[in-house]
Design a protein around this ligand. Structure first.
Ligand SMILES: Nc1ncnc2c1ncn2[C@@H]1O[C@H](COP(=O)(O)OP(=O)(O)OP(=O)(O)O)[C@@H](O)[C@H]1O
Ligand SMILES: [Mg+2]
Length: 203
């Protein structure tokens, strides 16, 4: 498969949505931006469900809902775009499930990975940015408080620790970026990494 699959990960308000959008804008027609969960009719419904503080859902069902949304997005949007040779900039992907459901909810990273291998047919990102920002600084940024954020610092800390372990385990895929800087500066670093990946040479 051609193209380049780029994902953005990090705790709530690290700047994932902003950076996925800036990357896709910078690359123009060559790229698309998608968000998770979302990007398809099923995915947007799942998004409403899992973010709603009024909707109670157990950890296993939560993991399966995210995986269902991801299956649909991969099959109907991400794979076709990659096959057409485009860059896909995804605001969250599989690693979010490993960090939030696998580690944060205690389901087990390997268990959640297995469900997601089925959901995605094993599609993994070429490049994953870990947007690092201190939890207090992220919380101070403007944004809507969703169900995950409202659970407070303990979940955010567990998620961050899980991201660190995932990045350590696969250093060739992950790029850690200091996201505690103006968005345009973060974007410049992201774009440089993506351009060097497109050129087939390490930065
Ligand atoms: N580098 C930055 N410095 C300061 N503020 C930023 C930066 N990047 C994004 N923001 C602002 O912080 C808020 C959160 O950014 P964004 O929505 O991109 O984060 P996110 O990681 O997608 O958050 P969420 O997990 O809630 O979806 C927004 O109001 C955005 O405008
Ligand atoms: Mg976002």
């Amino acid at each position: 498969m051609g193209g380049l699959f780029v994902t953005f990960e990090g705790i709530d308000r690290a700047g994932k949505t902003t950076q996925a959008r800036l990357l896709a804008e910078a690359l123009g027609d060559e790229a698309i931006a998608v968000r998770e969960p979302g990007g398809t009719a099923v995915g947007e419904r799942v998004r409403e469900l899992v973010k709603d503080p009024e909707v109670e859902v157990g950890p296993e069902a939560e993991a399966l809902l995210f995986a269902a949304a991801r299956a649909e997005l991969v099959a109907s949007v991400i794979r076709p775009a990659l096959e057409a040779g485009r860059v896909v900039a995804s605001d969250r992907y599989l690693d979010s499930s490993l960090a939030y459901q696998g580690a944060g909810r205690g389901l087990g990273v390997e268990e959640v990975a297995a469900v997601n291998r089925f959901a995605t047919g094993g599609l993994e990102p070429d490049l994953t940015f870990l947007l690092g920002v201190e939890a207090g600084a992220a919380a101070a940024r403007a944004g809507e408080v969703d169900r995950f954020e409202s659970e407070g610092r303990a979940l955010q800390d567990a998620v961050l620790a899980a991201y660190e372990r995932l990045a350590e385990a696969e250093p060739e895929r992950w790029r850690r970026i200091d996201a505690d800087r103006p968005a345009e500066e973060v974007h410049a670093d992201v774009l440089a990494e993506v351009q060097s990946a497109l050129a087939g040479t390490p930065a």
